[in-house]
Design a protein around this ligand. Structure first.
Ligand SMILES: [Zn+2]
Length: 424
């Protein structure tokens, strides 16, 4: 993609999610020749077009119909400090601004994926927006090797080898900030140590032997389309982020399709899903890190046809604080989710068989501590519905905690629900 197209596409994603306002936020790309392409100052970020983008030539001449963003000095200072950086993103999403107001750095070690994407987060002291001083403060922090930097009483800046990487760091850090704010209602978020985070990076998915796929049946092609639709829906509904969330669907017995490792969820296409057959992966493709866990769940549960693991935002507040999700306080949630056990961190990476044994028709959903919610179903629609129901239940419980004391339904009422819906 041309730099103009990349900048417009990413600004649309940022604005579309309410992570910046009409007047705020700016992003830039440095191309091979050293020219900087940047969003303009004083234009509507919700209606940005390719023609609005400003090109700064090496000799500092601006080319375009608008002036460059007033924050150009700090973009330029970051590029000077970090020759490896090719894209810079700055915006003011409310959760990260909240952290900058209390002058606290969001802890990314609450979720292993977040730590891997964002790394350690830097902090730049306050200076007036658009000033050379602000540029110096931010660039000095990036020069120390940070790729995400919180700007005191202001917002956040993220950098990357390309714009997509900068965006993913920004979006993931915003996700951590939202999670920590929600988690504050429930208790203290538990931070993972380096050894625990290392468990997540074992690379089992990359070491699976490869398999040549000759022909694809019509059932597989239809399943690929269905998976693409659901994963895009999950991204739109913010049940997944660009860097997190896995979907798999069984074709037959030990053959299933699973989403790939490392690709942006909002751009996934039908051909990106990886066919897994008896422990082998489709040649040339790398499945999600969760592949062994999904394989063991299918092996132990013949009735399961679809599995989703996701870090939906409200549920993640429960997983990072180790709070059980009490489904039995909302009748319809109990009918769809049943009891939801909380599984200790690490089992999904080191003892997948034991984890798979926890799943059954009576326990179709589990929470993985400091990680994700895992939902299963006899169809992808059922697994997806369980994800949505878990998320709305978690949201309702978080909100109720802000209102007052939660009143539970009694054991007798629960028994009546089990009776009526035949939950045995
Ligand atoms: Zn700003």
């Amino acid at each position: 993609m041309h730099p103009r197209e990349q900048l417009v596409t990413i600004m649309r994603r940022i604005y579309g999610y309410g992570m910046t306002t009409t007047s705020g936020g700016n992003i830039s790309i440095r191309d091979e020749s050293g020219d900087i392409w940047i969003t303009p100052g004083g234009t509507d970020k919700g209606a940005l077009t390719e023609g609005d983008i400003v090109r700064m030539r090496g000799d500092q001449v601006a080319e375009g119909i608008h002036p460059p963003s007033s924050e150009l000095p700090f973009h330029r200072a970051i590029y000077e400090a970090r020759p490896d950086v090719r894209a810079v993103l700055h915006a003011h999403p409310a959760p990260l601004v909240a952290f900058s107001l209390v002058r606290r750095i969001p802890d990314t070690s609450i979720i292993p994926q977040a730590r891997a994407v964002c790394g350690e987060v830097g902090y730049a002291a306050y200076a007036i927006p658009g000033s050379e001083e602000l540029g110096r403060n931010i660039a000095a922090t990036f020069a120390r090797g940070f790729d995400t930097v919180l700007l005191e009483n202001h917002g956040v800046a993220a950098a990357g080898h390309d714009l997509l990487e900068a965006f993913q760091r920004f979006e993931t850090l915003d996700f951590c900030a939202r999670t920590l704010i929600n988690a504050g209602v429930l208790g203290k978020a538990r931070s993972l140590g380096p050894d625990q985070i290392a468990l997540f990076n074992q690379g089992k998915n990359q070491r699976m032997p490869e398999l040549d796929v000759k022909a694809r049946g019509s059932a597989e092609l239809a399943t690929r389309r269905e998976m693409r639709e659901f994963i895009h829906r999950a991204y739109r509904q913010r049940l997944m982020t660009s860097t997190e969330g896995t979907v798999s669907v069984r074709i037959q017995e030990a053959t299933f399709l699973i989403s790939p490792y490392g690709l942006d969820r909002s751009y996934l296409d039908e051909s990106d899903f990886v066919l897994i057959q008896g422990g082998m992966r489709e040649r040339g493709l790398v499945p999600s890190r969760a592949v062994i866990m999904h394989r063991e769940i299918y092996a132990a549960n013949p009735g399961i046809r679809a599995i989703i693991s996701a870090q939906s935002p409200a549920v993640t507040a429960f997983t990072v604080t180790g709070t059980p999700l009490e489904s039995a306080i909302i009748p319809e949630s109990y009918v769809v989710l049943r009891d939801v056990p909380l599984i200790a961190y690490g089992r999904q990476f080191s003892d997948e068989k034991r984890l798979a044994a926890e799943i059954s028709p009576r326990t179709p959903v589990v929470l993985l501590q400091n990680d994700a919610i895992l939902t299963t179903g006899s169809s992808l629609t059922e697994a997806y519905d369980r994800l949505e129901v878990a998320e709305f239940s978690a949201k309702a419980i978080l909100n109720s905690a802000r209102l007052g004391n939660v009143q539970r339904i009694g054991e007798q009422e629960l028994e009546a629900i089990r009776e009526k819906f035949q939950l045995r």
